[in-house]
Design a protein around this ligand. Structure first.
Ligand SMILES: [Zn+2]
Length: 272
């Protein structure tokens, strides 16, 4: 599933080809995505792309007529192809650009979306984006913020930081890894964690996400002509996917549990 770093990598990869280009044609082969693609999306035709922006896992494409909002869902990808490239199964949407390229959306499971926000409607107010927590790499997100938000909360700290209303982008891999690096046990009640420990956790959430974005950057060329696979988190993982294996820090066997229906791995001696 594309997480925030892959979405950021996608945005950076396609931006140079989209910004300033005119959308000459919009071809929707399959409108039944997570939410149906509305006919108004055709208003993009003839529009110049002013710029791209990422918010959480949404990519916003601004034009004078309105803002198009991509979401890659579980299995979606965006890449730039040449006009003569045949469409494959699950290539649902094309934007034909004035520079000759086609932006092509591929999504086997169809949990992604292409939304339309007419001009005059602020994207911050849209029903999809209005309730999102701060960006993890912004100054608005830090240990003090987590500490304040968590007071009185009995839910597990891992579930708390994975809540997009608290902070966006702390997906399962990143939450597992950041909690390990901060030495915090994922099952601890969010309201019982000190300010100092939250400061450490916030720093590690920022670090693991920034590292993943940096890794993704090395695959940017794939957005043109390549297989279009975003750069997945390739750096060495401490706990995610390693249940039953030895802790990289103390060699004790890592514990794997389900927490909020998500696989959760931690070290009983390093995380308290
Ligand atoms: Zn350990």
């Amino acid at each position: 599933m594309p997480e925030l770093p892959e979405v950021e990598t996608t945005k950076r990869g396609i931006e140079p080809w989209l910004k300033g280009a005119t959308i000459e044609q919009v071809v929707v082969r399959q409108p039944q995505l997570r939410w149906p693609v509305v006919n108004e999306i055709q208003q993009l035709q003839g529009q110049v792309i002013q710029g791209l922006q990422r918010r959480a896992k949404y990519i916003l494409v601004a034009t004078d007529a309105g803002t198009a909002i991509w979401h890659l869902g579980m299995s979606g990808s965006l890449r730039l192809v040449e006009p003569n490239e045949d469409t494959r199964l699950h290539d649902h949407i094309d934007w034909q650009l004035s520079n000759g390229k086609i932006l092509r959306y591929h999504d086997p499971r169809r949990f992604g979306a292409l939304l339309w926000l007419p001009a005059g409607q602020a994207w911050q107010d849209s029903e999809y984006l209005a309730h999102l927590g701060p960006e993890p790499l912004s100054d608005a997100f830090d240990g003090d913020y987590l500490y304040q938000r968590s007071r009185g909360k009995k839910q597990a700290v891992k579930t708390f930081v994975m809540d997009g209303k608290v902070v966006v982008g702390a997906g399962n891999i990143y939450a597992n890894e950041a909690l390990f690096l901060a030495g915090i046990r994922p099952t601890t009640a969010a309201g019982r964690i000190s300010r100092v420990r939250y400061q450490r956790l916030a720093e590690h959430i920022k670090q693991v996400l920034a590292a993943a974005i940096e890794q993704g950057g090395t695959t940017l060329r794939d957005f043109v002509g390549g297989d279009g696979q975003p750069g997945y988190f390739a750096q060495q993982l401490y706990v995610y996917g390693r249940g039953g294996k030895p802790c990289r820090q103390c060699s004790q066997t890592l514990t794997e549990i389900r927490l909020g229906q998500r696989s959760t791995v931690y070290c009983q001696s390093c995380q308290r």
